[in-house]
Design a protein around this ligand. Structure first.
Ligand code: AR6
Length: 185
Protein backbone atom coordinates (compact mmCIF):
# COMPACT_ATOMS: atom_id res chain seq x y z
CA UNK A 1 0.00 0.00 0.00
CA UNK A 2 1.34 3.42 -0.96
CA UNK A 3 -0.15 6.83 -0.23
CA UNK A 4 0.84 10.43 -0.83
CA UNK A 5 1.01 12.93 2.02
CA UNK A 6 1.81 16.57 1.30
CA UNK A 7 3.89 15.62 -1.78
CA UNK A 8 5.75 12.86 0.14
CA UNK A 9 5.14 9.11 -0.15
CA UNK A 10 4.43 6.58 2.58
CA UNK A 11 4.62 2.93 1.59
CA UNK A 12 4.06 -0.34 3.47
CA UNK A 13 5.89 -3.40 2.17
CA UNK A 14 6.69 -6.93 3.32
CA UNK A 15 10.45 -7.40 3.33
CA UNK A 16 13.82 -7.58 5.03
CA UNK A 17 15.10 -4.21 6.27
CA UNK A 18 18.73 -5.20 5.70
CA UNK A 19 18.05 -5.51 1.95
CA UNK A 20 16.44 -2.11 1.44
CA UNK A 21 18.09 0.36 -0.92
CA UNK A 22 16.60 3.56 0.47
CA UNK A 23 19.30 6.10 1.38
CA UNK A 24 18.85 5.25 5.05
CA UNK A 25 17.48 2.34 7.06
CA UNK A 26 16.52 2.55 10.73
CA UNK A 27 18.01 0.20 13.31
CA UNK A 28 15.84 -0.52 16.39
CA UNK A 29 18.88 -0.70 18.66
CA UNK A 30 19.44 -0.72 22.40
CA UNK A 31 21.10 2.11 24.29
CA UNK A 32 24.54 0.51 24.26
CA UNK A 33 24.70 0.72 20.43
CA UNK A 34 26.84 -2.41 20.63
CA UNK A 35 24.47 -4.62 18.61
CA UNK A 36 22.03 -7.26 19.82
CA UNK A 37 19.49 -9.74 18.50
CA UNK A 38 16.63 -9.21 16.05
CA UNK A 39 16.96 -6.51 13.42
CA UNK A 40 19.91 -4.92 15.25
CA UNK A 41 21.95 -8.13 14.96
CA UNK A 42 20.95 -8.61 11.32
CA UNK A 43 21.95 -5.03 10.42
CA UNK A 44 25.35 -5.29 12.13
CA UNK A 45 25.94 -8.66 10.46
CA UNK A 46 25.07 -7.34 7.01
CA UNK A 47 26.93 -4.03 7.42
CA UNK A 48 30.18 -5.58 8.71
CA UNK A 49 32.50 -4.79 11.63
CA UNK A 50 33.12 -1.17 10.69
CA UNK A 51 29.57 -0.34 11.80
CA UNK A 52 30.35 -1.44 15.36
CA UNK A 53 33.55 0.61 15.31
CA UNK A 54 31.63 3.76 14.33
CA UNK A 55 29.00 3.03 17.01
CA UNK A 56 31.76 2.74 19.64
CA UNK A 57 33.13 6.09 18.50
CA UNK A 58 29.69 7.70 18.80
CA UNK A 59 29.29 6.32 22.33
CA UNK A 60 32.66 7.75 23.34
CA UNK A 61 32.59 11.10 21.54
CA UNK A 62 29.00 12.14 20.79
CA UNK A 63 27.43 10.57 23.90
CA UNK A 64 30.34 11.09 26.35
CA UNK A 65 30.38 7.37 27.19
CA UNK A 66 26.65 7.27 28.01
CA UNK A 67 23.90 5.11 26.54
CA UNK A 68 21.69 6.48 23.75
CA UNK A 69 18.46 7.43 25.52
CA UNK A 70 15.14 5.83 24.56
CA UNK A 71 13.48 7.81 21.75
CA UNK A 72 16.74 9.45 20.60
CA UNK A 73 18.58 8.77 17.32
CA UNK A 74 22.12 8.85 15.92
CA UNK A 75 23.43 8.31 12.38
CA UNK A 76 26.27 6.19 10.95
CA UNK A 77 27.34 5.10 7.50
CA UNK A 78 25.87 1.87 6.07
CA UNK A 79 29.15 0.15 5.07
CA UNK A 80 28.31 -3.16 3.29
CA UNK A 81 24.57 -2.46 3.28
CA UNK A 82 22.76 -1.16 0.19
CA UNK A 83 21.62 1.80 2.29
CA UNK A 84 24.21 4.58 2.57
CA UNK A 85 23.25 5.39 6.16
CA UNK A 86 21.91 3.67 9.26
CA UNK A 87 19.90 5.69 11.76
CA UNK A 88 20.03 3.98 15.14
CA UNK A 89 17.21 4.66 17.54
CA UNK A 90 16.00 3.05 20.75
CA UNK A 91 12.33 2.15 21.10
CA UNK A 92 10.66 1.62 24.49
CA UNK A 93 10.39 -1.76 26.20
CA UNK A 94 6.68 -2.58 26.67
CA UNK A 95 6.12 -2.70 30.43
CA UNK A 96 2.48 -1.72 30.62
CA UNK A 97 2.87 2.07 31.02
CA UNK A 98 1.05 2.81 27.78
CA UNK A 99 1.27 6.61 27.83
CA UNK A 100 5.01 6.69 28.49
CA UNK A 101 5.66 4.02 25.86
CA UNK A 102 3.57 5.90 23.27
CA UNK A 103 5.55 9.10 23.80
CA UNK A 104 8.89 7.31 23.56
CA UNK A 105 7.93 5.28 20.49
CA UNK A 106 6.64 8.38 18.75
CA UNK A 107 9.91 10.20 19.56
CA UNK A 108 11.93 7.30 18.10
CA UNK A 109 10.18 7.77 14.72
CA UNK A 110 10.15 11.59 14.75
CA UNK A 111 13.78 11.95 15.90
CA UNK A 112 14.90 9.46 13.22
CA UNK A 113 13.03 11.41 10.54
CA UNK A 114 14.37 14.76 11.74
CA UNK A 115 17.93 13.43 11.80
CA UNK A 116 17.49 12.05 8.28
CA UNK A 117 16.18 15.37 7.03
CA UNK A 118 19.03 17.26 8.71
CA UNK A 119 21.47 15.03 6.80
CA UNK A 120 19.82 15.67 3.45
CA UNK A 121 18.36 12.15 3.25
CA UNK A 122 15.19 11.87 1.15
CA UNK A 123 14.32 8.17 1.46
CA UNK A 124 14.22 6.00 4.57
CA UNK A 125 13.02 2.52 5.58
CA UNK A 126 11.78 1.73 9.08
CA UNK A 127 11.12 -1.69 10.62
CA UNK A 128 8.34 -2.03 13.18
CA UNK A 129 10.27 -0.59 16.14
CA UNK A 130 9.80 -2.24 19.59
CA UNK A 131 7.45 -5.04 18.42
CA UNK A 132 10.00 -7.87 18.71
CA UNK A 133 12.33 -8.30 21.67
CA UNK A 134 10.79 -5.19 23.30
CA UNK A 135 7.25 -6.78 23.19
CA UNK A 136 5.22 -3.67 22.21
CA UNK A 137 1.82 -4.97 20.98
CA UNK A 138 1.84 -4.65 17.18
CA UNK A 139 -1.58 -3.02 16.81
CA UNK A 140 -0.80 -0.33 19.40
CA UNK A 141 2.67 0.22 17.94
CA UNK A 142 1.27 0.56 14.41
CA UNK A 143 -1.03 3.40 15.49
CA UNK A 144 1.80 5.34 17.16
CA UNK A 145 4.29 4.67 14.34
CA UNK A 146 1.98 5.65 11.49
CA UNK A 147 0.57 8.71 13.28
CA UNK A 148 4.11 9.98 13.96
CA UNK A 149 5.15 9.46 10.32
CA UNK A 150 1.94 11.04 8.98
CA UNK A 151 2.38 14.07 11.26
CA UNK A 152 6.00 14.51 10.17
CA UNK A 153 5.22 14.18 6.46
CA UNK A 154 2.28 16.57 6.76
CA UNK A 155 4.62 19.27 8.05
CA UNK A 156 7.79 18.55 6.05
CA UNK A 157 9.08 18.33 2.53
CA UNK A 158 10.89 15.01 2.92
CA UNK A 159 10.54 12.41 0.16
CA UNK A 160 9.85 8.73 0.71
CA UNK A 161 9.18 6.71 3.88
CA UNK A 162 8.90 2.94 3.67
CA UNK A 163 7.73 0.70 6.51
CA UNK A 164 9.35 -2.68 5.93
CA UNK A 165 7.26 -5.31 7.72
CA UNK A 166 8.81 -8.71 8.23
CA UNK A 167 5.73 -10.83 7.47
CA UNK A 168 2.18 -10.63 6.06
CA UNK A 169 0.90 -10.80 9.62
CA UNK A 170 2.61 -7.51 10.56
CA UNK A 171 1.77 -5.99 7.16
CA UNK A 172 -1.96 -6.64 7.59
CA UNK A 173 -2.00 -4.93 10.99
CA UNK A 174 -0.19 -1.85 9.65
CA UNK A 175 -2.37 -1.71 6.53
CA UNK A 176 -5.58 -1.75 8.56
CA UNK A 177 -4.24 1.01 10.83
CA UNK A 178 -3.12 3.15 7.90
CA UNK A 179 -6.57 2.85 6.29
CA UNK A 180 -8.20 3.90 9.57
CA UNK A 181 -5.85 6.86 10.05
CA UNK A 182 -6.25 8.17 6.49
CA UNK A 183 -9.92 7.60 5.62
CA UNK A 184 -9.98 10.43 3.07
CA UNK A 185 -6.99 9.24 1.03
N1 AR6 B 1 13.56 -6.90 8.54
C1 AR6 B 1 12.44 -6.27 8.96
N2 AR6 B 1 11.84 -6.55 10.13
C2 AR6 B 1 12.37 -7.52 10.91
C3 AR6 B 1 13.56 -8.22 10.55
C4 AR6 B 1 14.15 -7.87 9.30
N3 AR6 B 1 15.28 -8.47 8.88
N4 AR6 B 1 13.85 -9.09 11.55
C5 AR6 B 1 12.88 -8.96 12.49
N5 AR6 B 1 12.00 -8.01 12.11
P1 AR6 B 1 13.36 -6.38 17.11
P2 AR6 B 1 12.75 -4.32 19.11
C6 AR6 B 1 10.82 -7.47 12.85
O1 AR6 B 1 13.29 -7.42 18.17
O2 AR6 B 1 11.49 -4.99 19.53
C7 AR6 B 1 17.69 -6.12 19.77
O3 AR6 B 1 18.33 -7.10 20.52
C8 AR6 B 1 10.35 -8.25 14.05
O4 AR6 B 1 9.41 -9.23 13.64
O5 AR6 B 1 14.51 -6.42 16.18
O6 AR6 B 1 12.74 -2.82 18.92
C9 AR6 B 1 18.21 -4.72 20.07
O7 AR6 B 1 19.59 -4.71 20.37
C10 AR6 B 1 9.70 -7.17 14.91
O8 AR6 B 1 8.35 -6.96 14.50
O9 AR6 B 1 13.38 -4.88 17.74
C11 AR6 B 1 17.38 -4.31 21.25
O10 AR6 B 1 17.91 -4.81 22.45
C12 AR6 B 1 10.46 -5.89 14.56
O11 AR6 B 1 11.21 -6.21 13.38
C13 AR6 B 1 16.04 -4.98 21.00
O12 AR6 B 1 16.32 -6.09 20.13
C14 AR6 B 1 11.38 -5.38 15.63
O13 AR6 B 1 11.99 -6.46 16.30
C15 AR6 B 1 15.07 -4.07 20.26
O14 AR6 B 1 13.83 -4.71 20.20
Amino acid sequence: MKIEINGNSLELIVGDITMQDTEAIVNPANGTLMGGGGVDGAIHHAAGGELLEECKQIREEELDGNYLRTGKAVITKGYNLKALYVIHTVGPVWEGNREDAETKLSHAYINSLQLAKKNGITSISFPSISTGVYRYPTKLASIVALQAIIDFLSENNFGSVVLTLYSEKYYDVYEETLKNLTPKI
